[in-house]
Design a protein around this ligand. Structure first.
Ligand code: PLP
Length: 380
């Protein structure tokens, strides 16, 4: 495929890298049959990506009825699908019940009652795990930390025991265990050690209360290297899984679930844009590209930076790098990919690549300003 002739902006996915990443996940978990890895569909629900992940045998973690359907359509078996989210609507719950998913990760008492009623009407039993908010700081960006008391997610620990007792008496509910998810883009892996110790204490308390825990789900959040994507294309899965292997004390037979999103798909995607104009402002030089935050919202939303390359300049003789503000065409001042980005002298027509855009990139694209959604292309 001649990527140079394709209409920009578009996402390019390196499926070979995705497969290598999935192979590494499988290698790191193969000796633990009680480990179950679910891919967090919200990171990227592109059908080719989902199919590749389904073929590798991973399950799915979904946060909407639409994601449950997308995961099932991609070939992920229903018994490997779990469903989380603070605000599951009735129609989403019914979709999940009819799909026959393995577990609802329940985040409040009223949600438990509602799932119970809907399951009874459908004539099925719903398996539920309770999401607990452990009040652990994930040391990540405020908009993607989820395990603090001030966040909307999960049950307060003191509400857990009554919720489990209620689940055990509801006829259409089967109690499946505990669920956690404390944040995203976690790079300080010690946070997971803290989580493991927290879970161990909770398991002891439950055991003392006579409650058996069939499964624990530790969520996702493993970060990727946005600064050096070429040197570190595959996240530190070995270290990550070893923490749970060594620190968690699970009761015999207890299953351990993981929900990884960004770490699986983040590095395999690149957003490709074309330089429309190079504008010399009074104090700054702007590279204006044809991609904007409608295609990749992370810089505008989280202040994040994607490793940026001028692919066309790489084919010209080497020249001194210059600082540019790389911006999109959207009518908002936040439509900026980076400030003072050091690039080779850049010309109209040059292709610009934003790396590490496989997670929360295409999945968060919008049609703001009546812009079409970006297309996607794949290399094997
Ligand atoms: C978003 C999410 C994940 C995945 O997070 P990543 O940081 O992409 O690994 C896992 N579990 C739940 C419940 C989520 O909402």
């Amino acid at each position: 495929m001649d990527f140079n002739s394709l209409e920009t902006p578009y996402y390019h996915y390196d499926l070979a890298l995705l497969r290598r990443t999935l192979d590494e996940v499988k290698r790191c978990t193969k000796n633990n049959p009680e480990f179950h890895v679910h891919y967090a569909v919200k990171a990227n629900f592109n059908p080719r990506i989902l199919q590749t992940i389904a073929a590798a045998g991973l399950g799915a973690d979904c946060v909407s009825g639409g994601e449950v359907s997308a995961a099932a359509a991609a070939g992920i078996p229903s018994e490997k699908i779990v469903f989380a989210g603070v605000g599951k609507s009735d129609s989403e719950i019914i979709t999940a019940l009819r799909t026959g998913i393995s577990c609802f990760n329940v985040e409040s008492r009223p949600e438990l009652e509602n799932i119970s009623e809907l399951a009874a009407k459908e004539g099925v039993t719903a398996r539920v795990a309770f999401r607990i908010n452990p009040n652990i700081d994930a040391h990540t960006h405020a908009k993607i930390t989820t395990g603090l008391s001030e966040n909307k997610f999960g049950l307060a620990p003191e509400d857990l025991l009554p919720a489990i007792r209620r689940a055990q008496e509801l006829p259409s509910i089967e109690y499946a265990g505990l669920h956690f998810h404390i944040g995203s883009q976690i790079q300080d892996l010690k946070v997971y050690v803290t989580l493991c110790h927290y879970i161990n204490n909770l398991l002891n308390e439950l055991e003392a209360a006579g409650i058996a825990t069939p499964s624990v789900n530790v969520g996702g959040g493993l970060g990727i290297d946005y600064v050096h994507p070429k040197e570190n294309p595959i996240p530190p899965f070995e270290k990550y899984f070893n923490i749970f292997r060594h620190e968690l004390r699970l009761p015999a037979g207890c299953q351990l679930h993981f929900e990884l999103g960004r770490s699986i798909v983040g590095q395999c995607g690149t957003l490709i844009a074309r330089t429309l104009y190079v504008k010399e402002g009074r104090s700054r030089k702007f590279v204006i590209v044809d991609a904007g935050f409608t295609d990749l919202i992370r810089p505008a939303m989280y202040g994040s930076h994607h490793f940026t390359e001028n692919l066309t300049a790489a084919t010209r003789p080497e020249a001194t790098l210059q600082p540019y503000d790389v911006v999109g065409p959207i009518c908002e001042s936040s439509d900026v990919f980076s400030r003072d980005e050091l690039l080779p002298p850049t010309l109209r027509g040059d292709l610009i690549a934003f790396r590490s855009a496989g997670a929360y990139g295409e999945a968060m694209a919008s049609c703001y300003n009546c812009r079409p959604l970006p297309k996607s292309y794949f290399s094997e």
